[in-house]
Write a protein that binds this ligand. Structure first.
Ligand code: ADP
Length: 481
């Protein structure tokens, strides 16, 4: 008897084989909308990870030496396989993660777009010929794949985060061992099935589920791994970076954010509210580029709060698989507690509740989208990423003050501003200490643009023409003739 959904496979993918954990142990995967167990996956550790790394190392020579055209062709097939199975993959994603099905379809579509982009970029890994200072020598620069890449990904975009890493790594000629978040392993395991279908050779992509510390520890310690690419919390990212230093691995870190969303008096207010709704409530507020702080100029403050609260009250909360649902459940109870702590803290320090404010009547991990006005820098939401459907609104008077408030955080991933003044647009865009800035745009991620942060939000860029750089080493060759 099997009640598995399409693509729901309960095994690791190592060296082209589908295998359980050595111990035979598994852990449960839960549907956050129902609280019910969907199935199990292997509870793997150090040994399985070491074998996966060995397989990736063995596969690297052949894969790295294939022509770019061959790798491009396989990646294109992978993108096509993702597209052809969009609906099944989206349903699997929503079932294990909770997000609205429309967003899950969008995530799967975007994942295919990243892989397709990298299939195109695979053929553009150019080198240089540098004019030589010596008459009898020539100078060449080539770019070569770094080798085995270990990828660790989070639960909020279980497919999309892998697409940026697997797509770039495979295009560059690297091989991959991936460990997904334990809340959402099936969307990652599905990549193994799709990779087989697309003709990715055994060992080029390996997927191991299980204990984060054990798997991550082996990934950072094993000298065969030449690069760690991670998306997740800043705390774990710092630990992985520190551990990777012992064998001087390259690292790409996409970490937490505390995105400011600035609305100036001269903004198109309705556009600002639209952008705010998309930026704040996508994935129920569980994205690292979600607006975390709304900073609104005094002249439009009351109107913005009112419109945002009215739009927020319209959002339908429910099981992501149901039609018309805008917000699914949060990933787990810890996520709900964090949102509630931020709400309670803000209200206890003078915040004014204008929408929501507590758990949703559906129970479980459903939370009512919430707007709090009169928020100040003394409140926890000013400093910490809420990662949930809470929109706190701060007030400012002057442009310079807004930029100062926006930058007053250790994070620097994404920032947004709404203004119709050209000079202000440039000053704000240049003044924001963030890796990505949206002006009059609330959702800005695309495979053609570089995604990444500064400060505690990490290092490295994913997607775009820059997205391959992190997977390539530069070799200088001096040729005596
Ligand atoms: P989140 O708050 O999104 O769960 P985490 O950083 O805890 O962020 O998780 C992101 C990914 O990192 C997940 O795949 C998780 O299993 C993994 N992870 C968590 N702790 C560690 C660790 N100590 N070493 C390696 N990976 C870890």
């Amino acid at each position: 008897m099997s009640q598995n959904l399409p693509f729901q496979r309960e095994a690791n993918f190592i060296g082209g084989e589908w295998v359980g954990a050595d111990s035979g142990k598994t852990f449960d995967v839960t549907n956050p909308a129902t609280g019910k167990t969907i199935g199990v996956v292997p509870d793997s550790g150090v040994d399985e990870t070491r074998r996966a790394i060995a397989e990736a190392e063995a596969a690297f020579g052949d894969w790295g030496r294939k022509t770019a055209a061959v790798r491009a062709c396989i990646l294109r097939k992978l993108a096509e396989a993702i597209e052809a199975n969009q609906e099944d993959l989206a349903r699997l994603l929503t079932t294990e993660q909770g997000k609205a099905i429309t967003e899950a379809r969008g995530e799967v579509g975007a994942s295919a777009a990243y892989v397709r982009w990298f299939s195109e970029e695979a053929r553009r890994v150019y080198g240089d010929v540098i004019p030589s200072p010596w008459p009898e020598r020539r100078i060449m620069v080539i770019r070569q794949p770094v080798g085995v890449v270990a990828a660790i990904t989070p639960w909020n975009f279980p497919t999309l985060m892998l697409s940026r890493k697997i797509g770039a790594a495979l295009a560059a000629g690297c091989t991959v061992v991936a460990k997904p978040a334990s809340q959402t392993p099936y969307s990652a395991i599905a990549w193994g099935i799709l990779a087989e279908e697309a003709g990715v050779p055994p060992g080029v992509l390996n997927i191991v589920t299980g204990a984060a510390r054990a798997i991550g520890g082996e990934m950072t310690a094993n000298p065969a791994v030449r690069k760690i690419t991670f998306t997740g919390s800043t705390a774990v990212g710092k630990k992985l970076t520190a551990d990777a230093a012992a064998t001087m691995k390259r690292v790409s870190m996409e970490l937490g954010g505390n995105a400011p969303f600035l609305v100036f008096d001269d903004a198109d207010l309705d556009a600002a509210v639209d952008g705010a709704m998309q930026s704040k409530y996508r994935n129920a507020g569980q994205t690292c580029v979600c607006a975390n702080r709304f900073l609104v100029q005094s002249g439009v403050y009351d109107a913005f709060v009112e419109k945002l609260a009215a739009a927020t009250r319209q959002l339908k909360v429910g099981n992501g698989l149901e039609d018309g649902v805008a917000l699914g459940p949060l990933i787990d109870d810890a996520a709900v507690k964090k949102v509630q702590e931020h709400v309670d803290d803000a209200l206890s320090k003078g915040g004014r509740l204008v929408a929501g404010g507590g758990r949703h009547e559906l129970g479980g991990t459903f939370y009512t989208p919430t707007v709090i006005a009169d928020v100040t820098s003394q409140m926890a939401v000013a400093r910490e990423e809420t990662f949930g459907p809470l929109a706190p609104v701060f007030k400012f008077e002057e442009e310079a003050e807004a930029i100062r408030m926006a930058n007053n955080t250790e994070f620097g991933l994404a920032a947004y501003a709404y203004t119709r003044d050209l000079g202000r647009t440039m000053r704000v865009m240049e003044g924001l200490q963030y890796g990505q800035v949206g002006i009059n745009a609330g959702v800005i991620t695309t495979e053609v643009a570089p995604f990444g942060g500064v400060k505690d939000s990490g290092m490295g860029r994913e997607g775009s023409k820059y997205g391959l750089d992190d997977y390539l080493d530069i070799k200088y060759a001096c040729l005596g003739i």
